[in-house]
Design a binder for this molecule. Sequence first.
Ligand SMILES: [Zn+2]
Ligand SMILES: [Zn+2]
Length: 216
Amino acid sequence: MEVGCFTGGDFAQNGYVVWCEATGQCVIVDPGAAALDMVGAVKAGAGELTAVLLTHAHLDHVEGLGVVRDYIDVPVYLHPADREMFDNVPTQAAMLGMACPELDPPDRELEDGVSFRFGDSVFKVIHTPGHSPGHVILYAEEDAVALVGDLVFAGSVGRTDLPGGDYQALFRSIREKVLTMPGETRLFTGHGPATTVEHERTTNPFLVPNYGGELA
Ligand SMILES: [Zn+2]
Ligand SMILES: [Zn+2]
């Protein structure tokens, strides 16, 4: 598995093209402001794009969906608990004073615990509410890779003050779904640099006092 990161927009959002190197099949995760570059990478690598997976439905993670769909019609997956937020993208854009992209609805639902295959690569879908109700992370255990969206960042955690955010749920998701992964697992985040489980477990100021601690 090879992970390409594409950063763009006012929020410096990270979108990803994830490749199965053996077969050339690939998926796009969170097509934001850099979607055109992501499509360019798929074309340049002669990749066979099989799907678009969304970690959650915030504007900065979905605003490039139309760009991908203009290139190729592949199914778009979102957890149903974030569907309302997806349908409210025009409101999200208005609140931020941004232009609203034209977005067709997602095609299929992501479900906790299912395996998503492309080529020889597999992502396990893990529901991790807190930053948003339908937030998911994508875990490739064999490759020691996880795409964690806006759940946790290098040295920080996802905000919970937006509609649908839940502070307790966020920390529960991080503790039970991320910190339980092997320490060497690489975490590719929705904003900022990649990190590892061990690094965040031992240095993230939001997690150190809480790890194994009393906050539920
Ligand atoms: Zn977000
Ligand atoms: Zn974000």
